[in-house]
Design a protein around this ligand. Structure first.
Ligand SMILES: [Zn+2]
Length: 85
């Protein structure tokens, strides 16, 4: 990750030591172990269904502009915010 812009929320830099979850499968991400991500998801066409931070299933809503997904603990993620990063 070498993005120049901070993501909305600004907590990503703190998460290197924390657990991460695959947003499409909900499985815990283990360093060095590849997890299958659907091709549509890699292209940003598929909304995430699980929170990357806690692995909870999110409420996902498809909108005319894209999608948003809401974690009950971590708030809303949306495709518009990701696209502008
Ligand atoms: Zn969460």
């Amino acid at each position: 990750m070498t993005g120049t812009d901070s993501p909305p929320g600004g907590v990503a830099q703190e998460q290197t030591a924390l657990e991460r979850y695959n947003p499409y499968t909900g499985r815990r991400v283990v360093a060095g172990v590849e997890d299958n991500v659907p091709t549509a998801a890699q292209l940003g066409l598929e909304p995430p269904r699980f929170c990357e931070s806690c692995g909870r299933r999110m409420v996902v809503q498809i909108s005319p502009d894209g999608w948003w997904a809401k974690c009950s603990r971590h708030g809303v993620f949306d495709s518009i915010g990701l696209a502008r990063r």
